[in-house]
Design a protein around this ligand. Sequence first.
Ligand SMILES: C[S@@+](CC[C@H](N)C(=O)[O-])C[C@H]1O[C@@H](n2cnc3c(N)ncnc32)[C@H](O)[C@@H]1O
Length: 203
Amino acid sequence: MREPSWSQKDVPCLNSASRRATQDPAVLWSRVGLESGQVVVDVGAGSGYFSFPAASRVGEAGRVYAVDVSADLVQFVRERAERARIRNVQAVLSTPERIPLEDAVADVTLLANVFHGIPPATVLEAVRVLRPGGRLVNVDWKKEPSPEGPDVRHRLSKGEAEAALSAYGLSRLDSFDLGPYHYVLVFERPLPSRRPRRLVSAE
Ligand SMILES: C[S@@+](CC[C@H](N)C(=O)[O-])C[C@H]1O[C@@H](n2cnc3c(N)ncnc32)[C@H](O)[C@@H]1O
């Protein structure tokens, strides 16, 4: 992750029209199968590049929490939602250690262009807010040179990301490319295992 922190000065870059050609949110949400009525937690949402298209898909019955540690970007998302009268996007200010949402609220948790730079405490929070049976979607830069994006040395390969996320108790469901520079890994938070009931003798 780049330091110092992200702010509204980054919005032109985060919302650039050219991004759609290489990281199309509509393609992502369609492939993930995001449905009307679902709840999404977008961790490290930035300008809401993936959050607002998610909100269109989940509709009025659904909700998108756009979570970020940058108060400036949280304010940007809040004002953008208010201006456009979008009521199902809620901007949420977090810290690296705490996402102020209840356990298991999300059907889908998104980590887009952030997993290579966030601490384990944030990943634990991203998993905590996901319901058992829900999906964690990780979109990140391939670990190879590209005309844009973070230094290759700071990126995680798909294999590294898969191993790291599996260590949080997640099971991989799917994997695909989003445009030429990104991979997507889709994980499930497993349902609690049912222990077999002890057989009691009828005697
Ligand atoms: C590269 S931008 C990605 C924004 C957005 N996901 C996208 O793809 O357009 C990274 C964002 O993650 C936020 N961020 C960094 N560390 C974070 C953390 N520990 N928890 C939540 N957000 C974080 C930054 O403030 C910034 O807005």
